[in-house]
Design a protein around this ligand. Structure first.
Ligand code: ADP
Length: 392
């Protein structure tokens, strides 16, 4: 029994064939640079990478190519017992508080939400349409925003003119919800308790933090779009919106230039010149003052959110670190926790330094808050949600 998980972007298709029970990723791959002169395709099966460079005109051709790879390299899909295809969708607006079986109506709603995610939703739809044509099994959509539909109005509504905000659907939708939900559930299973005040830190290229009270999200740092909140690889995170007026009026920048500046040229890249956290560390360690300052700003922002979310929930039981930086960067985790020492948080330096694929505790047993590293797995979460939707 398997689920094919598909994440289609504007010029890419990422896929994973997942066993939803064991969690095994049986085959993993991607098609990049769709529509460009030459596309890059990578398919990994049984530990062997197969790579190709050739033009792929559109998503349909890309997916057909992938299905041929399954046939020729394996695993053969006819023998893989695919029960469903799970599609990642970035924006579900207020329409979806959970996964949904793809019907014409669901498809139309995703299309209707395109203005809120102009780069993502149309690309997802392209992937969904061709996959439905080529794979005759139930298709399920899993939304990045769904977990955050439980946010109370006081956290989701901006203090913006009510009529305008509602007319243009401007509110906090959050993002990375599949990961936050997966991690929060993994934490609850690990500590064998559901009644928890948790803060989940998803620190990857994109980064977000959520406050999860008794299994339900009550606040999150990403907003109308994934631009708000923490410092990210190339995104500003929180910034006074008046900076936009100022850059426009005084700097003469266009809206598109400011959009590009805030989303693609800022964050670690804007502060330190590089967006990869490992590169920021190596610059800082070689004495680069801007890189060291970028780390300080990054940590400061995280600590500020932890304090405010602990206040929002009236206490704190668990902090969970996840994603590329959260799972691997022990130095960064140590810096965050050092700043919280005044609240009784105590790092266990030994377990913090250990690398692993398993959920683990990095605080001492007498720490006021339990701190965990929790490997996230969005594909597995999507596969399991797809199985639930089809009742298996
Ligand atoms: P994405 O949002 O693209 O899925 P990931 O969750 O893979 O991102 O995280 C990518 C980030 O994780 C990069 O900034 C990378 O430098 C960082 N990262 C990966 N391994 C390490 C490590 N050992 N130490 C510090 N940062 C790491």
């Amino acid at each position: 029994m398997t689920v094919l998980v598909i994440n289609s972007g504007s010029s890419s298709i990422k896929y994973q064939l997942v066993d939803p029970e064991s969690g095994e990723a049986i085959a993993v791959g991607l098609v990049e640079q769709i529509g460009e002169e030459s596309s890059h395709i990578k398919h990994t099966y049984k530990g062997e990478k197969h790579e190709y460079d050739q033009p792929i005109a559109d998503h349909g051709e890309g997916l057909r190519f992938v299905l041929d790879l399954f046939e020729n390299i394996g695993p053969k899909l006819a023998d893989a017992h695919i029960e469903a295809v799970g599609h990642r969708v970035v924006q579900g607006g207020n329409h979806f508080d959970g996964p949904a079986l793809v019907t014409q109506e669901v498809r139309d709603l995703i299309e209707e939400l395109a203005p809120l995610a102009p780069l993502h939703n149309p690309a997802h739809l392209r992937g969904i349409d061709v996959a439905r044509e080529l794979l005759d099994v139930p298709h399920v959509v899993v939304f990045d925003t769904a977990f955050f539909q439980s946010l109370p109005e006081e956290a989701a509504r901006y203090a913006l003119d009510r009529e305008i905000a509602d007319k243009y659907s401007i509110r906090r939708y959050g993002a990375h919800g599949t990961s936050h939900q997966f991690v929060a559930q993994a934490v609850a299973d690990y500590v064998s308790r559901d009644d928890l005040k948790q803060i989940v830190l998803h620190l990857g290229n994109g980064a977000s933090v959520s406050a999860v009270l008794n299994g339900k999200a009550v606040d999150t740092s990403m907003g109308l779009t994934p631009l708000e909140g923490l410092v990210m690889g190339t995104r500003t995170g929180d910034i006074d919106p008046a900076a936009i007026f100022h850059l426009s009026r005084v700097g003469g920048l266009s809206i598109d230039e400011i959009d590009n500046l805030f989303n693609k040229q800022s964050g670690l890249k804007g502060l330190a010149g590089v967006n990869d956290m490992r590169a920021v560390w190596s610059l800082a360690e070689s004495g680069d003052a801007h890189a060291r300052e970028a780390l300080d700003i990054y940590v400061h922002r995280i600590v500020k959110y932890i304090g405010s979310y602990a206040a929002v929930m009236g206490g704190l039981d668990v902090i969970a670190f996840t994603a590329g930086i959260g799972e691997n960067d022990d130095l960064l985790r140590a810096e965050v926790l050092e700043r919280l020492a005044g609240f009784g948080l105590k790092l266990d330096a030994e377990t913090n330094a250990v690398r692993g694929d398993e959920i683990r505790q990095i605080s001492t047993d007498d720490s006021s808050v339990q701190v965990l590293v929790v490997p996230t797995n969005e594909e597995l979460a999507i596969a399991r949600q797809a199985m639930e939707v089809i009742g298996k």
